[in-house]
Design a protein around this ligand. Structure first.
Ligand code: ADP
Length: 259
């Protein structure tokens, strides 16, 4: 599907990468990285060649979620070799900084870092490159959508009004940048007790479905707040890998099949 090119020099493609899909959220802490990690693993489980770029510069969490560590090698001093786990080729700014080092980069440095991660990492041939964005609508989002051909964005939100308000701004930004919105994912949709299976709507329910309907974008999934989702991610193997038969893993697989 050819898309109109917006930026002056025109957005570029990443060699070997067929599609770029951004995972975004208006607010931090809504589970964007968790969703990105599980979608990447689900795509790999579907047999897709998938890459994951952790561009959440302020809180890179993909190395922990995907269970990778160590500094990526650069044999030629120009390109960077990505790491790989669970069938996912991955790179994170978190692997280039010390764990407890605060990122105090200004806009131009962020833009340079993103450009480098996209173009200098040896991604190889990929069907999909998932980009885990920082929350909000800042320099990284603008650079990605201006400089690269982004095929679609997935917006993650919790059902609360505050989170939704920020998600709306994110959707508006992608629309302005002419990036197609693939859909929204409601995370922490309901709470499922890991002891008794009781389901409770902690943050209200259906908020994201109503919003998606209003904005005319698909609701891709409703993911519950479940202890297993956190513990598996903390353990370096997202629930799609660690508990593939769970309903949560199945929900991610279903979204991946539609991408
Ligand atoms: P974000 O990328 O939006 O900042 P994270 O993906 O880092 O958010 O998630 C924040 C925390 O919430 C993490 O500890 C993660 O394991 C946990 N978490 C995210 N989604 C869920 C969920 N559906 N159920 C349980 N814990 C979750």
């Amino acid at each position: 599907k050819p898309r109109p090119k917006a930026a002056p020099q025109g957005p570029q493609a990443v060699p070997g990468v067929a599609r770029i899909i951004a995972v975004a959220s208006g607010k931090g802490g809504v589970g964007k990285s968790t969703i990105a990690a599980n979608l990447a693993c689900a795509l790999a489980a579907e047999g897709r060649r998938v890459g994951l770029l952790d561009a959440d510069v302020y809180g890179p969490s993909q190395p922990r979620m995907l269970g990778v560590s160590g500094r990526p090698a650069s044999p030629d001093g120009k390109t960077i070799l990505p790491l790989r786990n669970h069938g996912v080729t991955m790179m994170s700014l978190g692997l280039m900084t010390n764990d407890d080092q605060a990122v105090v980069w200004r806009g131009p440095m962020l833009m340079g870092a993103l450009q480098q991660m996209m173009m200098q990492v040896q991604w190889g041939a990929l069907d999909v490159l998932i980009v885990d964005l920082p929350p909000g609508t800042g320099d990284v989002q603008l650079t990605l959508t201006q400089k690269f051909v982004v095929d679609g964005a997935i917006i993650v939100s919790t059902p609360q009004d505050v989170a939704l308000l920020d998600a709306r701004k994110g959707i508006d930004m992608f629309r302005q940048m002419k990036t197609p919105i693939l859909g929204m994912i409601e995370n922490m949709s309901t709470h499922i007790c890991s002891n008794c299976g009781h389901e409770e709507h902690l943050f209200g329910h259906g908020g994201v479905a109503a919003e998606a309907d209003k904005l005319g974008v698909p609701l891709l999934a409703e993911i519950p707040l479940h202890l297993d989702i956190r513990t598996t991610s903390d353990g370096g193997a997202p629930i799609v890998v660690a508990k593939p038969d769970s309903p949560q893993a199945q929900a991610f697989r279903e979204v991946a099949r539609g991408l």
